[in-house]
Design a protein around this ligand. Structure first.
Ligand code: ADP
Ligand code: MG
Length: 236
């Protein structure tokens, strides 16, 4: 369903990564794990259309994406910070994602409410973002991302600002929700344990390329490069 071939990205002729290729099936969650500064966020921004790729191709259901502007690409990115609109209520924040879809206001409101229920925030629809905790704000951001039924959801270290206990609880229900919606998602983290829990498959990113991609336990027991082996042993 998703096909990325030979993707590369350079800033001023210096390559952040090269020859990144992988495919994903509908509903799959792929974790991308790697040390910080290796280009994970840059890769996601290229897929979201927030950065231009320096080469390669990106297809969703056989449709080429690189010529489609970010605002109308069926790809949604969620960041470490929730980036809610501070002057809009929780409900309006979630509805914002539906603004470009041709449905009546009534239908959009009902849809947004159903997604607020999925993230357990029905009682907060008239709150302003500053009245919510960081974890609750992140849940609003997730509802806003999912309400548009994106073909691809990109999660850039979405739990890193949460404390440990909340983080574990959050990743469990986020995974459940993504599976329930059959959402195809790329989950980026620098935490190997988190990558293995969240991903159906894990890919290890480092030294400017995708080092290895596969089943979480397969990578753990059969690292294909010294980089992967060392990164795994440092992470545990
Ligand atoms: P990660 O998310 O894995 O921590 P990033 O994708 O944020 O890594 O960054 C990868 C590299 O690309 C870093 O060396 C960073 O300085 C560089 N980089 C990211 N964005 C830009 C930019 N807009 N201009 C120049 N260099 C950038
Ligand atoms: Mg990053």
């Amino acid at each position: 369903m998703i096909a990325i071939h030979d993707m590369k990205k350079a800033f001023k002729k210096s390559y952040v990564f090269e020859s990144v290729s992988f495919t994903m099936t509908k509903g799959e969650i792929l974790s991308i794990v790697g040390p910080s500064g290796t280009g994970k966020s840059t890769l996601l921004k290229c897929l979201a259309g927030l950065e231009e790729m320096s080469g390669g191709s990106f297809y969703i259901e056989e449709k080429e994406m690189t010529s489609i502007p970010a605002s109308i690409r069926p790809v949604v990115m969620m960041f470490q910070q929730p980036f809610l609109f501070p002057h809009m209520t929780v409900l309006d924040n979630v509805m914002y994602g539906l603004k470009f879809q041709k449905r009546s206001k009534k239908e959009n409101t009902a849809k947004a409410r159903s997604f607020l229920a999925k993230v357990n925030l029905s009682d907060y629809e008239n709150f302003m973002p500053y009245e919510l905790s960081g974890g609750q704000q992140q849940r609003v951001a997730l509802a806003r991302a999912l309400v548009t039924s994106p073909s691809l959801l990109l999660l850039d270290e979405p739990f890193s600002s949460l404390d440990n206990a909340l983080r574990q609880e959050t990743r469990d229900w986020v995974k459940r929700l993504l599976k329930e919606q059959n959402t195809t998602a790329i989950f980026v983290t620098h935490d190997i344990e988190e990558a293995m829990i969240m991903g159906d498959r894990v890919s290890v990113f480092g030294e400017g390329r995708l080092q290895q991609i596969g089943d979480p336990s397969d990578i753990y027991y059969h690292p294909k490069s010294t980089f992967v082996a060392e990164f795994y042993s440092d992470g545990f």
